[in-house]
Design a protein around this ligand. Structure first.
Ligand SMILES: C[S@@+](CC[C@H](N)C(=O)[O-])C[C@H]1O[C@@H](n2cnc3c(N)ncnc32)[C@H](O)[C@@H]1O
Length: 239
């Protein structure tokens, strides 16, 4: 039996009860070492297999191997296992082993709660990582999402190897969104060192954004009030 578990954005409080129970039920925990560190208190004396980033296939193959010996194994993702996480790969490589996906609180909704209520209307998730997606397709999605007035959540927004993709994405968005559109940047959501910045498309400071950050860009109905971002859902029109 293999669990693919989303452990939430970081704190124990943002982990679902189902995730906690699944970790308790597992005999072996497999995951990227940064995420294992987030749940180290819960692991106790369980067997742990952790390795680095970009070794996802090896990690899942190992989990399948362990499951075949009759042990219950947990493959850990941050946030939700099915949002840029390990759930898909576990299902693809399971070779007939039973798989249970345990959903978690993803970075966008955790950050939205910190920022106010920016996701009150249609929104989308776009990852700016071009490790597995061609860059021109990423930029096309960014521009079309902006043209359709989606609230846009950018995952993997900026790294040392990709310092300019966020700036280019914001430039594409500004073809369709006003410079005054609210932007929320949350770094380390739900972790001890959480940092929050509310700005606009015109005033965004790219230097404060890294791979531990998520960036949420509002739509035409979004505004900033009392240091919170609110996206109107349209109740006033209904009335
Ligand atoms: C490979 S994706 C994993 C997403 C994860 N499965 C989820 O549902 O949140 C990694 C990206 O998620 C975002 N992220 C994940 N956890 C975060 C957190 N606690 N604070 C801010 N951003 C986070 C960042 O944009 C990061 O670069």
């Amino acid at each position: 039996m293999i669990y693919a578990i989303g452990i939430g954005p970081g704190s124990f409080e943002t982990m679902t009860y189902e995730a906690v129970k699944a970790i308790e039920n597992s005999e072996v925990i497999v995951g990227y070492k940064t995420y294992i560190n987030l749940i180290v208190d819960m692991i106790k004396d369980k067997e742990v297999i952790s390795n680095g980033m970009m070794q996802e296939i090896d990690r899942v193959k190992k989990a399948v191997e362990i499951s075949k010996t009759g042990k219950t194994v947990a493959v850990i993702s941050s946030g939700d296992a099915g949002v840029y996480g390990m759930a898909g790969l576990v299902l693809e490589l399971a070779e007939g082993e039973e798989v249970k996906i345990i959903s978690g609180v993803t970075a966008s909704t955790a950050a939205a709660a910190v920022l106010g209520a920016p996701l009150m209307h249609d929104f989308c998730h776009i990852s700016l990582s071009d490790l597995m997606t061609p860059l021109d397709l990423i930029y096309k999605r960014v521009e079309l999402a902006a043209e359709c007035d989606f609230v846009i959540c950018l995952y993997n927004p900026r790294s040392n190897g990709r310092p300019d993709y966020l700036k280019k994405s914001i430039e594409l968005m500004k073809k369709h969104k006003q410079g005054t559109t609210p932007v929320g940047i949350v770094r380390n959501v739900s972790r001890n060192n959480q940092e929050v910045n509310i700005c606009t498309l015109d005033t965004i400071d790219y230097e404060i954004v890294d791979m531990l950050s998520i960036v949420i860009i509002g739509n035409k109905s979004s505004y900033i009030d009392n240091n919170k971002i609110i996206t109107r859902r349209g109740y006033e029109n209904k009335r």
